[in-house]
Every structure is written in structure tokens, then in C-alpha cells.
Design a protein around this ligand. Structure first.
Ligand code: KG4
Length: 336
């Protein structure tokens, strides 16, 4: 059974092939065009997807050693994401499906991030056991998801304002770092003192997150200190990065540990762009080791947007016989 997965929800054009449940290829074309604007420009993203999609799909098929005539099903990301970008992947998937007379399945991008933990390259690769908790942290989401089955998921905690990735990116921006700032903070934090600065932490009841207070407190610290020393930011980059990263990790882990206690699950997984962060990965691994919980920390290539997770989610949907009509249109916003 050969699944072609297509991902085009934001600024990565990706195609992947899964054969009998095992990943055979995963090609990602990241769009550099947005860097100079300090954020993703939707119109430029959809134009770049249009340029990339044919060569990316072609490369994925070649790397997997399959031809279009071998495909059993085409899986595509239907949302959430940028509408113009989603339209490129959705239309391409439908067109190819019509031409080849194979079915299409639509994949919720957020399901994809969770099901990234079921990407297997070998049959011996270990996957999580249900039920488990997924900490999904990216540029657009910060959620704690209770996963009971492949498509039985419940969001039990979510951000009420900014996502964790936005906290990284917005604070990095005021430090003068390039977009996206998360990886730069990660790199700088390795050389800094995480206890040098204290920033505000939210007091939100339940399992919900908030990052806007931290962002404001970070901005005020920079503003006040720069008045006293105009070179404050340049002179304190690593300590600022390390202290910011520590605070974000403490916020994330506070609610995650509470969710573990409330649900009693024995497995925790992480996903989304921010789960590439060294400190987040270490904190989750340490916490789980201390509590006797199994942790699944994805390889970095599967933390950010990729079609391997879309093809894998599509594989499970195909097994359930859940196909998508051609009338299906992309959706910019949707929850799990
Ligand atoms: O999942 P993703 O690729 O797509 C969006 O939802 O946008 O996540 C991108 C986010 C950005 O905010 C980026 O700064 C963050 O993930 N990110 C990181 C790291 N790598 C990516 N944040 C902190 N540390 C990292 N190493």
C-alpha cells in the first residue's frame, strides 16, 4: 500500500511516501523568501508552493523508488494553516487523484504532528501506546492533548494568547535576532546563565497556557536596562536567551506535569517546531525519567512541518476507510 503525503500549510513544501506503513522518503523545501520580512508572507508562501510542489513530489517518489502508477492513496493537509498555501497542496492532491483514479484523504495538520510519533522507518521502531499526552508546541499552537486513539484526541490545555514559538520569536526579534528566533535563542542559551534574569510567569488556572505576560516583562526589562546602558542587549545576549528559555520551559513543564497527574497517563510525547528546542527536549526527558513515564522525543526532522507525518496520518485514515470528497475545501482554522 503506497501513500503519497503532501504538506503545504505554511512555509514548507513537503512530500513523503509511506509504503505498507514504513516511511520511504520525506522531501522538504523550506522557503527562504520570508527571512527578510521577519515573518511568513502568505502570498509569497503560496507562490513558492506552486513553484516547489511538482519537483518536491517528483523527488519524493524517486527517493522512495515508486512511480505515480504505484500510488494507492494521496493524503494532503487540509488545515489549519494559510489558506492560499493549503489551496496549492489540496488542489494538487485532488488533480493527481483524478488523473490516477486513486482516492484522497484529508489530514488535520495538528493530528499530523501528534501522529508523527507513529512514523516508522523499520518495523522494529517503537511507537507510543495509547493513551498518552502530547505537548504540541509550535509557532501557532501550544496545546496539551490527551490522545486516546489515532483520531480520538482531546485538547485539555491551550494557550489563551500567544503560542510558545511566538514567545521565542517575538522576544528574539526585540533582541535583534533574525526570524524565526527560536533556534537562535536555543543556540545562545547554551552559553548563558539561565538564572541571571527573572521574567514574569503567568498564573492561569487549569491546564491553559499564557505567554503574553512573559513577553511584556521581557520587553520592559530590555527597555529599562537599555536606558541605563545602550549596549545592554548586545552585552547580555546569552544570559537573556538562557533566562528566557528557562522561563518558557518552566511554564510548559508546569502545566504538562499537572496534566500528567490529572490524567494518570504513563506516556508523554512532544511535537511542533518548539519541540526542537534542546532545553525543552531535556526538560521533558528528565521529568519523565524521574516519574517513571515513557517519553517520546521526535527526531528534529519530524518536529517542524513535514509530509512524513501527513502520509502516516493518511495511512491510518486509509485503513479506517475515511476518504475525502472532491468538494472538500481547505480550512484556515480548525482544532483537533
Ligand atoms: O511547527 P512549526 O515549524 O510551524 C509553525 O507552527 O509555525 O514551528 C515553528 C516555531 C517557530 O516559532 C520557531 O521559532 C520554533 O518553532 N522553533 C524553535 C526551535 N526550532 C524551531 N523554538 C525554540 N528552539 C528551537 N530550537
Amino acid at each position: 500500500m503506497v501513500v503519497l503525503g503532501i504538506e503545504s500549510s505554511c512555509d514548507d513544501t513537503s512530500a513523503a511516501v509511506v509504503v505498507d506503513g514504513l516511511l520511504r522518503s520525506n522531501i522538504i523545501a523550506s522557503q527562504k523568501v520570508h527571512e527578510e520580512y521577519g515573518g511568513v508572507v502568505p502570498e509569497l508562501a503560496s507562490r513558492a508552493h506552486q513553484q516547489n510542489i511538482v519537483p518536491v513530489v517528483d523527488a519524493a517518489l524517486r527517493h522512495a523508488g515508486v512511480g505515480v502508477s504505484d500510488l494507492s492513496v494521496i493524503a494532503f493537509t487540509r488545515g489549519p494553516g494559510l489558506l492560499g498555501s493549503l489551496l496549492v497542496g489540496t488542489s494538487f492532491a485532488k488533480g493527481l487523484s483524478l488523473a490516477l483514479r486513486v482516492p484522497v484523504v484529508d489530514v488535520n495538520h495538528l493530528h499530523g504532528h501528534v501522529l508523527a510519533h507513529f512514523i516508522r522507518k523499520e518495523t522494529s521502531d517503537v511507537v507510543p501506546e495509547f493513551p498518552f499526552l502530547c505537548l504540541l508546541v509550535s509557532g501557532g499552537n501550544s496545546q496539551i492533548i490527551l490522545v486516546r486513539d489515532y483520531f480520538d484526541m482531546e485538547v485539555i490545555g491551550r494557550t489563551i494568547d500567544d503560542a510558545a514559538g511566538e514567545a521565542f520569536d517575538k522576544c528574539a526579534k526585540v533582541m535583534g535576532l533574525p526570524y524565526p528566533g527560536g533556534p537562535h535563542i536555543d543556540r545562545l542559551a547554551a552559553e548563558g546563565d539561565p538564572d541571571r534574569f527573572n521574567f514574569a510567569k503567568p498564573r492561569i488556572p487549569g491546564l491553559d497556557y499564557s505567554f503574553s505576560g512573559l513577553k511584556t516583562s521581557f520587553l520592559y526589562t530590555l527597555r529599562d536596562e537599555t536606558k541605563l546602558n545602550p549596549r545592554f542587549v548586545e552585552e547580555n545576549m546569552p544570559d537573556l536567551a538562557a533566562s528566557l528559555q528557562r522561563t518558557i520551559i518552566e511554564i510548559l513543564m508546569g502545566k504538562l506535569s499537572r496534566a500528567v497527574k490529572e490524567t494518570g497517563v504513563k506516556t508523554v510525547v512532544i511535537g511542533g517546531g518548539v519541540s526542537a528546542n534542546s532545553g525543552v527536549r531535556q526538560a521533558v526527558a528528565d521529568y519523565c525519567a524521574a516519574k517513571g513515564i515513557t517519553a517520546f522525543i521526535p527526531p528534529r526532522e519530524f518536529t517542524t512541518d513535514n509530509a512524513a507525518m501527513v502520509a502516516t496520518a493518511g495511512y491510518f485514515k486509509y485503513l479506517k476507510g475515511e476518504f475525502c470528497p472532491y468538494s472538500a475545501t481547505p480550512y484556515a482554522r480548525v482544532t483537533i
